[in-house]
Design a protein around this ligand. Structure first.
Ligand code: NAD
Ligand code: UD1
Length: 361
């Protein structure tokens, strides 16, 4: 493939068609591809036949999942350890490849931490994205899938949440996501050759069915599912259930947990959508069904056969009572729907956690 010079026009997707699967094969740059959702998406896209280059600075991940992804799929991916905020390093990656699309996962994501140290969050998430977008424009790569979050909705006025619902994130992390959404919309207004899919994830959980890759949080997990699985494997003594007086059937918070492999498949569908030159599109990726904390505990105990000791404690500051998606638009436009239920989510987490009690260590 010929390299396109800086400043040239848009590289339209001119993909080869994989006749067996019907998928348009592309050369894709995946930022943050060594992370939890990124590694599962790499696996799915390699299996679909795409060519992949990952850039990641490994600030919240390791290289091991990428080795395992290649082992599982029997396919090669290119990995470059690059920080997105370092423009010259990233420019070299653009110069060496002819990307047809980009999936942008790279970012810092811990809500509590973002409140304690907002500046590194704004610098990393916003500046990293700006550098990426500048290089996309310079190299004429104008197809982007961006990882946003249900956190942009803040406290929802009603559920299920549609994409048209009011936004109002309540923490710096969420505000970086919403700011990037605005940047992407402004960019498209100024340059309608861009095609951008903004994906608002609900609560990603689960692991690949092989048990070889999964979520591997640094330190003590903040999120429910990794905490439960660490209790099951004996790494944490008990779970604290944050709040039992919410206006929900059992008093605990309700969320839309979505299997990470369903989420990964959603990225393949979004890339396909970009082939139709849709402009900027925004989709919720959730199941449309909420589960409470106590329901998640019970499901995990069922599949693992392990008791999950827990204590009811005060609400966590900033938490909301209920949050679940209306995923109808993604089904209608992308032909995507979450297929895996809560049992499969818990089974796959347990397989990963019990086979890798110390994660990728
Ligand atoms: P993750 O931390 O596992 O993956 C993010 C990856 O980005 C990591 O590998 C990290 O090393 C890398 N990274 C961060 N800053 C970078 C930089 N400046 N340069 C290069 N690489 C950098 O997180 P994840 O759970 O896989 O989330 C992926 C994306 O989805 C993130 O943008 C996150 O905000 C978003 N998201 C995640 C969730 C969730 O619950 N996991 C929910 C909604 C949205
Ligand atoms: C978190 C993020 C949110 C992000 C979302 C999806 C926070 C405050 N919010 O939301 O920005 O979009 O993940 O990744 O981190 N719970 C417990 N005990 C625990 C952990 C959680 O009871 O130890 C409860 C929570 O109160 C909540 C539910 O479990 O009701 C899910 O929590 P969590 O996994 O942290 O996700 P969210 O709070 O939905």
């Amino acid at each position: 493939m010929k390299r396109r010079e800086s400043g040239s026009g848009q590289r339209r997707i001119s993909p080869t068609n994989n006749r067996q699967s019907g998928v348009n094969i592309m050369k894709i740059l995946i930022t943050g591809g060594a992370g939890y959702i990124g590694s599962h998406t790499c696996l799915t896209l390699l299996e679909e036949g795409h060519e992949i280059c990952v850039v990641d600075n490994l600030v919240n991940s390791k290289e091991a999942p990428l080795a395992r992804v290649q082992e599982i799929t029997g396919r090669h991916l290119d990995f470059q350890r690059v920080d997105l905020t370092q423009k010259e390093r990233l420019r070299r990656v653009f110069a060496a490849h002819s990307f047809e699309g980009i999936i942008h996962f790279a970012g810092l994501k811990a809500v509590g931490e973002s409140a304690v140290m907002p500046l590194p969050y704004y610098r990393n998430n916003i500046c990293g994205t700006l550098v990426l977008l500048e290089l996309m424009q310079a190299y004429g790569v104008k197809n982007l899938v961006f990882s946003s979050s249900a956190t942009v909705y803040g406290e929802p006025e009603s559920v299920p949440i549609r994409e048209t619902a009011a936004v109002g994130p309540t923490n710096p992390y969420g505000r970086t996501k919403l700011m990037i959404e605005y940047i992407l919309k402004d960019l498209y207004q100024s340059d309608p050759e861009f095609n951008i899919a903004i994906l608002r994830y609900f609560n990603p959980v689960g692991a690949h069915g092989s048990g070889r890759i999964g979520e591997d949080p640094n330190d003590i997990p903040n999120n429910l599912m990794p905490f439960i699985s660490q209790v099951a494997v004996g790494k944490q003594p008990r779970l604290s259930v944050f709040g039992s007086d919410y206006p929900t059937p059992d008093g605990t918070g309700v969320r839309d947990y979505i299997h990470v492999m369903d989420l990964a498949a959603g990225h393949g569908c979004a890339l396909e959508k970009l082939c139709q030159n849709p402009g900027v599109v925004t989709y919720n990726l959730g199941t449309g069904r909420g589960y409470s904390v106590l329901e998640m505990i019970a499901a995990f105990e069922r599949v693992s056969g392990r008791p999950i000791p827990y204590q009811l404690v005060d609400r966590r500051e900033g938490d909301i009572a209920v949050c679940y998606a209306d995923p109808a638009l993604a089904e209608q436009d992308l032909g995507w729907r979450a297929k895996r239920g809560i049992e499969e989510m818990c089974t796959d987490v347990w397989r990963w956690q019990s086979a890798n009690p110390n994660g990728y260590e």
